[in-house]
Write a protein that binds this ligand. Structure first.
Ligand SMILES: [Zn+2]
Ligand SMILES: [Zn+2]
Length: 441
């Protein structure tokens, strides 16, 4: 009976995949200079979240399917066809396709909305959607998100919009428009829906197939259709903002006032409806031409009723999500990545076994002290070969130790860029090197 591992090994060698195994379609490995870009973005974005007082939350990759089917909306593409399902014993689980529903599940489970001191959370998590892969749209993608709970004021909306604006500015991205809209509340939404469907009904045969399907259950999403033929129709539509109740109108006016005061330019855009069912009141999108066609860099809105979909008492909440992959594309389009400073301080080059005996413990001592140290374990290699390696790694200094040096109780320290060389005694070499590299910092 072959072990399970053995049978995997057998399949591998018989290569039923027609070649080497590759990553799943639409999912990427990140490494090398790409990794340096990601880490740079992550550091910048985290620092902005911190100045705005947002605390990180991490939820599991797997959630029960109801977390999304009950909340994101049955009619959305995400729930209808894009979720990765995992069935194990009696559990029906899915890989997280978006961040807010899982966040809400965590808030309700831990009663975070009853905790008065913390209202602002951020996440940075991988998401999974089975979509047709294309530039900036992968099946595993990564999102930063902000969620501001327990505050229904327009100032909270302005706070999250200003936060997203600050994130792009921190990264050096300024080429975007901020588009805002109000989707109405429980009170005025039915009136908006009636006005919209009343207008669209005669034009129904001219709408695309998908919009025809949306008409009964999610007519607002027709406003979001990217097809030219649908856009032509909806552009002539009635102004839905005139259907807003007084409360929604006041809220929207106050939000605009706050953004003006903060000198954050925006466009009032009634076509911003967002793809998910749980939004109400404020919705917003940041669009940019850096992504080719004018498309969304990030966006969000208010979801005051979302808790109700979990059968709980609602509480106010507003947030956004922004895609990491799109940020990378936007920054590459601008050529805005700083040169990464990822070079070792020291390269230890032992020439012979005796030299390696001395340099190996020294390398660990230096690393424990926080000095990025590389060492060649191939002490039989020539000095030329070892220094070539040091140059390739772009090490600042190389420390050379051969039989001659051991005899003289010294080592040679070479500044790789300046091409200068000094002898330093082996006695006290650790302290000496530490002083030297710390001086250079
Ligand atoms: Zn309203
Ligand atoms: Zn359409």
């Amino acid at each position: 009976m072959p072990s399970r591992l053995g049978s995997i090994g057998f399949q591998w060698y018989s290569s039923p995949f027609g070649g080497i195994l590759k990553a799943v379609r639409g999912m990427h490995d990140i490494f090398g200079s790409e990794m340096a870009k990601w880490k740079w973005i992550e550091t910048q974005v985290r620092s902005v979240f911190e100045t705005f007082g947002y605390q990180e939350i991490r939820t599991p990759v797997l959630e029960n399917v109801e977390v999304f089917s009950k909340t994101v909306g049955d009619e959305t593409d995400i729930v209808e066809k894009q979720m990765y399902q995992v069935t194990k014993e009696n559990e029906s689980l899915v890989l997280r396709p978006e961040g807010t529903a899982g966040f809400m599940r965590a808030v309700l489970e831990h009663q975070l909305h009853r905790e008065p001191s913390i209202q602002k959370y951020f996440y940075y998590l991988p998401m999974f959607r089975h979509e047709r892969p294309q530039k900036g749209r992968l099946r595993q993608f990564h999102q930063f998100g902000a969620e501001f709970i327990n505050d229904s004021s327009p100032e909270a909306d302005a706070d999250v919009i200003a936060l997203l604006d600050a994130i792009y500015r921190k990264l050096g991205i300024t080429e975007y428009d901020i588009r805002i809209n109000s989707l109405g509340c429980l009170e005025c939404r039915p009136q908006m829906k009636e006005t919209l469907t009343g207008f669209l009904r005669p034009a129904l045969p001219n709408l695309c197939e998908q919009c025809q399907k949306r008409f009964e259950r999610a007519p607002f999403r027709i406003l979001d259709c990217k097809r030219e033929s649908c856009r032509e129709i909806t552009a002539k539509g009635p102004s839905l903002s005139s259907c807003l109740c007084t409360k929604c109108q006041t809220h929207h006016t106050q939000l605009k006032k706050r953004l003006e005061e903060a000198q954050i330019p925006f466009i009032d855009d009634p076509s911003i409806v967002r793809g998910l069912d749980y939004y109400s009141s404020t919705a917003f999108e940041f669009t940019s031409s850096l992504l080719g066609a004018q498309s969304a860099l990030g966006g969000g809105g208010r979801y005051d009723q979302l808790a109700e979909r979990f059968g709980e008492k609602p509480f106010p909440a507003v947030g956004f999500a922004l895609g990491m992959e799109r940020l990378v594309i936007a920054l590459e389009a601008k050529n805005a990545f700083p040169q990464p400073h990822l070079f070792p301080k020291l390269y230890l080059a032992p020439l012979g076994e005796r030299a390696l005996d001395i340099l190996f413990p020294l390398s660990l001592q230096l690393r424990r002290a926080g000095v990025w140290t590389e060492i060649s374990y191939e002490s039989q290699k020539s000095l030329k070969a070892q220094l070539k390696h040091a140059n390739r790694l772009q090490a600042h200094f190389s420390l050379i130790l051969g039989e001659d040096e051991i005899g003289k109780k010294v080592a040679l320290l070479k500044d790789m860029a300046a091409q200068t060389q000094t002898e330093i005694p082996l006695e006290g070499i650790y302290e000496n090197l530490l002083n030297k590299v710390n001086r250079e910092n």
